[in-house]
Design a protein around this ligand. Sequence first.
Ligand SMILES: O=C(O)CCC(=O)C(=O)O
Ligand SMILES: [Fe+2]
Length: 294
Amino acid sequence: MHSLAAAKTSSLSPYFWGLGAFFGTLALTLHHLTAQALHLPRPAVVGEPASYHWNVSCSKQYEPFVRGCHKRHKCGRAVRDAFISQDDVMALREIAELGMQGRSMLGGPTIMDINTGFVKDANGLTNLYRADPPMKFTKKQFDLYKRTIESIRNALMEEFELAKLYFTAPTFITRIIGNSSWTAAEIHDEYWHPHVDKNNTFHYDYSGLVYLSDYGIDFTGGLFAFIDEKTNHTFEPARGRLMMFNSGMENLHQVRPVETGTRYVMSMWFSCDERKQFKNFFDGKMHQHFTRDD
Ligand SMILES: O=C(O)CCC(=O)C(=O)O
Ligand SMILES: [Fe+2]
């Protein structure tokens, strides 16, 4: 009995050792693979409509859970290149420049929301539609802005297989000017901090960013990075590139400091909460209320 057990053990042990070594190597490989940082460069061919999708485990932040919009198991990140045309990129940049004219060019961020009219930089907060004379965007400009938002909403619904999704507020175009001698006067200007969008604004469920400038050409620094447990994944902003992700804790991220040049991004957020739907007004008036609050 004893010897049989010993014989069994000795004949099985090479098998177990082999299995152990196999799974050990597999675990190491998987660890290596998951720990390996992804870096997505600017598209090699401008205008090429490439797309990428990564799955991540959903956080448990999506309460109250909205069926057809929130997901328990399918959270992720996605990128689409050449999502908007180079002409639309230029026209959106023109909107940003018009709204931000006269604002600080010394460095740091300026944010503008053409829906509410607010513009904010280190010098303070003003409203485009309350200025004298009030800022007037053309119908063509408002239509482009609306169309871009609607196409981001549709792309998110397609990418994450959603039955409903509402455009919400606040949303911005952000211009960041890189200047090594600039220092932030207040914490709000320190745009590089790792953050979770939903922790800043609870009704945000999906984030959609359209880049309006090219990393390495229009500016240096300013990479976008997802910060995961084992590693960071970096993405080079590129004109017309759309970045989409769930806004919760599964997607902790940061914008790295812009070193030189000017970086533009249109940042839009979408909610599963119908009460937080922001009507896509864009009529040159100052709107501050969610549709249901009006
Ligand atoms: O500009 C970017 O790449 C990201 C901006 C961002 O994370 C935010 O506005 O919450
Ligand atoms: Fe963010």
